[in-house]
Design a protein around this ligand. Structure first.
Ligand SMILES: Cc1ncc(COP(=O)(O)O)c(C=O)c1O
Length: 394
């Protein structure tokens, strides 16, 4: 098939839900770069939706997947498996110590759904409290706690959920009742614009949950694995959630989700309370195990903090006199450039004219989630391109 043919086939068969930014067909990835069929390269400052934290096709993850594919690809959960055990132990070792138990799933939304189920089981309560602008995925459970009306409309009724203003502790206080199974939140909201939770809000959420018998679920699907300059974003405020949802950076690029939970929750679980055919497959676990070793061996968590500061500073210098820029914010390598104008034309021009891929977060925010292996040189190239694309559209 030719480049145009690939685009035509995808549009005809898969085009029902996705608006694409141009007829670009990506066929290969390496490090911070992806390549189209003609060999044109693009700096991927979105890490394929925040997943390629180790860059594309990290050799150690590729090697681990290949070796596992030749050894054992499938092992159902009613049998033990060496790779799954090694991965589970390695993951628990980097998680907060009060979360020693895991459920292994295949995606972020699946991890959120499982965490919501466990909260209901533990508390025997039906309802949830979530935050305005929070995003947790598109399955019915995850969508219930997601805020954005355009994702929810057409799918109602969903699970009983009260959405409170993000960073408003008094609103949380009013919303948590004896019907609340759990409060779910992101420490840094990703999809809606890189909004950083205040320590007061996060600590109030934990305190109110403890006082009222509800659980606290933190969604670290986008923020986990060094994205914010710490292994997990909860470390910035010291909160200790009862359940933590993981995906994106977990599998080193391989599709994988998980949630971690406390011993108290483990104690109420019964055999068969939850399950997944594909969750915890040996290949996903081999990829995840290799990924954890790469985060550790290459010092990527620290690197995210250092390079994140460099990226924010470079953006501020390059964009300081650009009227279209309202704000630059973020934590680690999770950064937003908020515009006074629509972001969609900037993203299109950035990709097609300047060879750089970035993400939107709402209508006016350009979101950067670069791979943690990105170099300073690549960051500087990306920032120059962003400055040109914003100025072109100004
Ligand atoms: C914070 C957060 N939660 C949940 C999800 C849903 O993950 P998935 O798309 O793997 O279902 C996402 C995806 O972007 C996310 O950013």
């Amino acid at each position: 098939m030719t480049q145009m043919k690939y685009a035509e086939v995808e549009e005809r068969i898969l085009g029902g839900t996705t608006a694409r930014r141009g007829d670009v067909v990506i066929t290969r990835g390496e490090g911070s770069w992806v390549f189209d069929e003609q060999g044109k390269k693009y700096l991927d400052l979105g890490s394929a939706q925040g997943v390629a934290m180790l860059g594309h096709c990290h050799p150690r993850v590729v090697e681990a997947i290949s070796r596992q594919a030749e050894t054992l690809t499938l092992c159902p959960n009613y049998l033990y498996n060496d790779t799954r055990a090694e991965f589970s132990q390695a993951l628990v070792n980097v998680l907060p110590r009060h979360l020693p138990h895991l459920f292994l799933a295949n995606s972020g939304a699946e991890a959120v759904d499982g965490a919501l189920k466990f909260a209901r089981l533990f508390t025997t309560r039906p309802a949830f409290v979530a935050t305005t602008k929070g995003f947790h995925g598109r399955t019915i459970g995850a969508l219930s706690v997601t805020w954005e009306p355009k994702y929810r409309d057409g799918f109602l009724p969903l699970l009983e959920t009260t959405h409170v203003q993000f960073n408003d502790a008094a609103a949380l206080d009013r919303a948590i009742t004896d019907r609340t199974a759990a409060v779910i939140l992101e420490v840094v909201q990703g999809e809606s614009g890189v909004n950083v939770g205040t320590p007061d809000f996060l600590q109030s959420a934990q305190r109110l949950c403890r006082e009222r018998g509800a659980l606290l679920i933190v969604d670290e699907i986008q923020t986990g694995f060094g994205r914010t300059g710490k292994w997990f974003a909860v470390e910035h405020s010291g909160i200790e959630p009862d359940l933590m949802c993981l995906a994106k950076g977990l599998g080193g690029g391989f599709p994988m989700g998980a949630f971690a939970y406390t011993k108290a929750i483990r104690d109420v679980l019964t055999q068969g309370a939850h399950g997944s055919t594909f969750g915890g497959s040996p290949i996903a676990c081999a990829a995840g195990l290799a990924a954890i070793k790469v985060y550790q061996d290459e010092g990527l968590i620290k690197r995210s903090a250092v390079l994140g500061a460099h990226l924010r500073n470079t953006l501020r210098s390059a964009l300081e006199d650009v009227a279209a820029v309202r704000d630059i914010r973020g934590l680690g390598l999770m950064i937003a450039v908020e515009l006074r104008t629509k972001v969609a034309p900037v993203l299109k021009s950035l990709m097609l004219n300047h060879g750089v891929i970035a993400l939107p977060a709402g209508p006016t925010v350009l979101r950067l989630l670069p791979p943690l292996v990105i170099t300073e040189h690549e960051i500087d190239f990306g920032v120059q391109a962003i400055a040109k694309a914003i100025k072109d559209e100004d």
